[in-house]
Design a protein around this ligand. Structure first.
Ligand SMILES: NC(=O)c1ccc[n+]([C@@H]2O[C@H](COP(=O)([O-])OP(=O)(O)OC[C@H]3O[C@@H](n4cnc5c(N)ncnc54)[C@H](O)[C@@H]3O)[C@@H](O)[C@H]2O)c1
Length: 275
């Protein structure tokens, strides 16, 4: 664990702040006295987030796949921020739902690029800044699907396992340094992630995107606000891994008890959970 630290009064940078977890985290950190620098490729979404914040806020339209754009955003935030950077959250993410056999390669690449390369570009843009100031945390949003794999989520799981591997390697590189890196693993959070998915088929063979979105909203256990609270508290405590929600805690335990056969258990429990 890194040393506990307060984020209040320090600048927080959040990608994908136009919706869901990113928006809730921006509102929460701003309410706790953090100036916030927010970006999203959804310009309207990120402006709406900013409109709900009364403290210092900077917004930028940015596609996280754009490496130069991420560097330029970091330079702009440095100019703007009067307080040191306390936290960078590489949060922007998307999903696609399709089988490996029938996958659209374009949708797989889109998902992997946003989720993994977006995180890598954000980390590379900010790590030198935190290193130079001698403090701060880089929090990269993986998923519970970065701990275990699920049918029809091959590209998403691959991207989130990659985020976890990248972030844990970075954490080990930073041992003994005042800069920290943490991977975040949310379980189901009630956001727009499934609405925004490139949907082909779900794990039950269903091809109705709207029905899958409705199911997800019913099954997702945690609100974005609760997720934001868990991230905020976890970062301040200096946690090495942040799990969000009771489902993430259960599934993380399951991967340790049944590291290869975990899906047998999920498959058995699935009808009960759906009911
Ligand atoms: N909701 C869940 O159940 C859940 C579970 C595990 C992990 N996550 C992860 O949490 C993160 C946030 O997702 P969310 O659930 O809040 O979803 P969301 O769809 O509500 O928000 C994601 C935000 O990212 C933005 N975004 C997407 N692609 C982008 C790009 N290329 N450049 C810039 N911005 C982009 C979207 O415009 C949106 O505002 C994602 O990384 C997601 O994979 C979510």
């Amino acid at each position: 664990m890194a040393a506990p630290t307060s984020l209040s009064g320090r600048t927080a940078v959040i990608t994908g702040a136009g919706s869901g977890i990113g928006r809730a985290l921006a509102l929460r950190l701003a309410a706790h006295g953090c100036p916030v620098a927010l970006c999203d490729w959804d310009e309207e979404g990120v402006r709406d987030t900013a409109a709900a914040i009364s403290g210092p806020v900077l917004t930028q339209k940015l596609d996280v796949r754009d490496r130069q754009g991420q560097m330029a955003f970091a330079a702009e935030v440095r100019e703007w921020a009067s307080a040191p950077i306390g936290l960078v959250v590489n949060n922007a993410g998307v999903t696609t739902s399709q089988t490996v056999l029938d996958a659209s390669p374009e949708d797989d690449e889109w998902c992997f690029d946003v989720n993994f390369h977006g995180v890598v570009h954000g980390t590379r843009a900010w790590l030198p800044v935190l290193h130079e100031q001698g403090s701060g945390t880089i929090a990269n949003v993986s998923s519970v699907f970065g701990l275990l794999a699920f049918p029809t989520q091959s590209a998403y799981c691959a991207s989130k396992f990659a985020v976890r591997g990248f972030t844990e390697a970075l954490r080990h590189e930073l041992r003994g340094s005042p800069v920290n890196a943490v991977a975040i693993h949310p379980g189901g959070i009630r956001t727009n992630i499934v609405d925004n998915a490139r949907f082909h088929v779900d794990d039950q063979g269903g091809t109705d995107h709207a029905a899958m979105s409705r199911d997800f909203q019913k099954l997702a256990r945690t609100s974005p606000e609760k997720a934001a609270e868990t991230i905020h508290r976890g970062v301040e405590k200096g946690k090495d891994r942040i799990l969000i929600g009771p489902d993430a805690a259960f599934l993380s335990l399951l991967t340790r008890v049944a590291p290869v056969r975990y899906y047998d258990v999920i498959d058995k429990l699935s009808p009960l959970i759906r009911r």
